[in-house]
Design a protein around this ligand. Structure first.
Ligand SMILES: [Zn+2]
Length: 287
């Protein structure tokens, strides 16, 4: 849970890679940039953690030393509403991610719930709900208590994950927290965020359905996004004109509600845009 607004990149920034930094150097480098969150990318993982327990623990300690709050982005190969075989593998992948998160003291596993395929949305919802409950049950049985599962709002119309669907899952399953990907919502609803009121509506909806704490400590992704009639197409950097949403408008609402969100930059220039967003919010809070 964030104690203040926190910012960081989704994965190791290219600038760090250019320095030949290894994972263990990342928390220190983030601190040097004045960033304080990091989303570890486990997006290609299979059914077993692809980091050694010892390395995950070392990384977690370094993050703690440098006051960097960790989350973990789970495997892209998850589909909780797929065929039986896919569903079983998806559950195992989420358990692998939750296990590694517990090792590194990451507070949540962010994940994409699935695809509608040819099933009706209501059935898809019920299938996902049942599968998610099983995953949480298994996490409990394994003694994984400190990690939440974070279903993400998704940007393509073929993907399960409207705001309503994500909130409904979280209303019905314990040990979950919604992940609000603002770019995805913007793309899914083809440009919905223009005014302060457009952002405020989402926050009010989360608060009404999941309570004040859920909105105060929300976990977010942010980048500018290009979209078509099918939804998300590609991410753009903050300085690129002609794309939304505008972080400065969201910053006004974060300051107004006095929120402490974790904001993960998914911009093509990861950390550099995280710094930019942090500065925009700090200016807004001071004003
Ligand atoms: Zn994602």
């Amino acid at each position: 849970m964030a104690d203040r607004p926190r910012f960081g990149p989704a994965g190791v920034p290219p600038t760090f890679r250019a320095l030949k930094a290894t994972l263990i150097d990342v928390p220190r480098l983030l601190r040097e940039e004045g960033l304080d969150a990091f989303e570890y990318q486990a997006v290609r993982w299979g059914e077993k953690p692809q980091i050694k327990k010892e390395d995950a623990e070392k990384f977690g300690l370094k993050a703690k030393e440098n006051d960097v709050l960790l989350s973990l982005h789970g495997s892209y190969f998850v589909n909780l509403c797929g065929d039986k075989e896919i569903m079983v593998a998806s559950k195992n992948r989420l358990i692998a991610c939750a296990t590694a998160s517990e090792w590194m003291n990451a507070q949540m596993v962010v994940f994409h719930v699935g695809f509608y395929g040819k099933k009706p949305p209501k059935q898809v919802f019920n299938d996902c709900l049942a599968a998610l409950k099983e995953v949480v049950g298994e996490m409990k049985a394994l003694g994984i208590k400190n990690v939440k599962l974070g279903p993400e709002t998704m940007g393509k119309l073929s993907q399960f994950g409207s705001l309503d669907e994500v909130l409904a899952l979280c209303e019905n399953v314990e040990q979950t927290q919604p992940v609000i990907d603002w770019a995805h919502l913007h793309a899914r609803d083809r440009g919905r965020f223009k005014t302060v009121e457009d952002f405020r509506k989402v926050l009010v909806e989360i608060e009404n359905r999941l309570g004040a704490e859920a909105v105060k400590n929300m976990h977010c992704h942010f980048t500018k996004v290009e979209f078509t009639e099918k939804g998300e197409k590609r991410h753009h950097i903050l300085d690129e004109m002609g794309y939304g949403p505008d972080f400065a408008v969201l910053a006004k609402v974060i300051a107004e509600f006095r929120l402490n969100p974790v904001i993960i930059s998914e911009s093509p220039i990861l950390d550099l845009d995280a710094i930019k967003m942090r500065d925009i919010l700090m200016k807004e809070i001071k004003a």
